[in-house]
Ligand binder design. Sequence first.
Ligand code: PLP
Length: 408
Amino acid sequence: MLTTDFHPTGRHFLQIPGPSPVPDRVLRAMSLPTIDHRGPEFGALGLKVLADIQKIFKTRHPVMIYPASGTGAWEAALVNTLSPGDHVLMYETGHFAFLWQRLATRLGLKAEVIAKPGMDGGIPTSWRHGVQADLIEERLKADTAHTIRAVCVVHNETSTGATSDIAAVRRAMDAAKHPALLLVDTISGLAGADYQHDAWGVDVSISGSQKGLMLPPGMSFNALSPRAIEASKTAKLPRSFWAWDEIIEMNKGGYWPYTPNTNLMYGLSEACDLILGQGLDTVLARHQRWAEGVRQGVRAWGLPIQCADAGVYSPILTGVITPEGVDADAVRKVIYERFDCSLGTGLGKIKGRMFRIGHLGDSNDLTLIATMAACEMGMKLAGIPLAGSGVQTTMDYFAGHPVKLVMA
Ligand code: PLP
């Protein structure tokens, strides 16, 4: 059977760490007729979403919205702030940090990679932890000539399930008295994990639509600081589509220099109403609670969680390491084919060693319990010996921890 002919009954369980399940309310908003992107209604919509997205990034400064996936916004952050051959310091937390570094190198930047050294359970240690800010401080202190122009870190490393402490990175840069810009990928962190662009002194924050914002893929963001805007005035890397200056100018009226993705803008407006209406603190607490319920289930199976540092567990996803000799992708295949549930694959250096459970987007307790059930059944079918029932443990956790509304 072709997968394109695959129409099972009920809803598919899309429990990958993005694209995340999109609320019906958002899908309905996107089904409105496409309007003139130079007309008055569009200008009003543009101004509304630009104001809403600032609240989600927690910034008073401009936010660029691109009709592109997150990779485009990664590129935009670099080409607007840097010049050919510039030296950037990048911290390897996992596969997405690696991909960003490869992109930087392809653009002609000199990307220096640092990481926590060593191996842990057959996996690079830095792929099981968050950014270690003291390593950044040490490296910046050694750069007395200030050749390093930017420090690039991934906030929520989607390939591993570790959420780095960005405020600590800023403190490390300040302690080193280093003028480099701080560029942060929060593609999977925004609106799922705490994120504070202004308060943490981030110069460019990069995000995407298809994770915590609960939108389909196809839209991405750069939140800017005044220093980043200043740097863009002298940065020499070639750019046209990504150039901030023209966008900032046109955004003053709620418009873009090119055709924006109108229907995703409707979706963004609706998603922001949902998130801001509930309050960001309530949204963040919801993800923390799901994450804890899932982690307790994974522990009950007796399987290691990919992130080895409880202080930086991701609220958005949990990486599950399968026993030595078991191909995690074969297990994912059984779970997909038998139970119509998608889980995230192991990426790059950890391919086949783990799978990822996404707990974000339009999920709820029962979707996550069903996901845990699909994993448990699939692992048993694949012959993995489990220490106990993760499903029961997750159910007990959710039942014992009612949702608390966090008042703004
Ligand atoms: N950075 C992180 C942390 C991601 O999770 C992803 C995608 O999953 C990307 C970058 C790349 O974004 P995209 O696939 O939207 O281009």
